[in-house]
Design a protein around this ligand. Sequence first.
Ligand code: HSE
Length: 315
Amino acid sequence: MTTRAVASAAATVANLGPGFDVIGACLEGPRDSVTAELTGDGLVTLVAVTGDGGKLAPSGGNVVEVVARHVLDRFAAPGTGVKLWLDKGLPLGSGMGSSSASSVAAALAVAALIDSEIPKAALLDACREGERLAAGTPHADNVAPCLFGGIVACLPGDGEVVHILPLPVPDGLLVVAVKPEYDVKTSDARAALPKTVSMDDAVHTAAATAAFVMGLANGDYALMARGCDERLATPSRKGFVRGYEGVVAAARRVGAVGAGLSGSGPTIYALSDDRETAIEIAEAMVDAFSEAGATAKAVISGVDPHGAQVSLLDV
Ligand code: HSE
């Protein structure tokens, strides 16, 4: 009999509200899952990748391999290896944290086989190495909410260390995430970022952050709406998403609490406090993408408070 671990990790909206590289939310789905089995050969072997139309082949260089290697090196006895199976429920290049979900599921699955007492917090750095591979930077605003659940702020620490601050989630908060059929690579979107920003844009975004966080804390949706106006990254990135202005305007017109780029796009998210309104928002955003020439699909999700999950099974 062999023990395997199966971990599943959900989509996330990074850059939530005004929180470029800082605030992220964990959705209930879609999810990636990773199955892992320890070996004695010291190797990390990605046996198979399924899902997402077979876009990813297990040919080396997948984030799950890098993350698994970090977890083994840190926690396992020398010579321990692992076999991995990755099932992609999340589309690549979507702006919904596809690489993060794979990274987090891999970290959790491998750690669970080594020692069930390893805390999630000890896996954050390994997950961020997946982001470094996928996007060139170890930003935490996808992997942290994916791992821990809820809405979190990632505060810079010493060097590359980040501190995770859980933020309040208002009752009934719904996230509408609408993805057009094309992809945007996070590495390309990061290359488009300006090296400096204007004082006006920095002050505006700081004020928006105060409004957004206070809105979350008090369940004040009007204040959250004022806070959904990020001016550090969005101005240089919205050109990657055809129809961006029209989709955001359509969402707001039918009652969205706020809207913006999910991560580095092309998914655009909107917030709502009511399911009927969320459905109208989703339809309006899909229509607006269509007017801009793109077929788009919508997901409506609550915020998952639990984050990634793992279980062990004997096969
Ligand atoms: N904060 C990251 C970025 C998220 O905007 O580049 C990427 O999904």
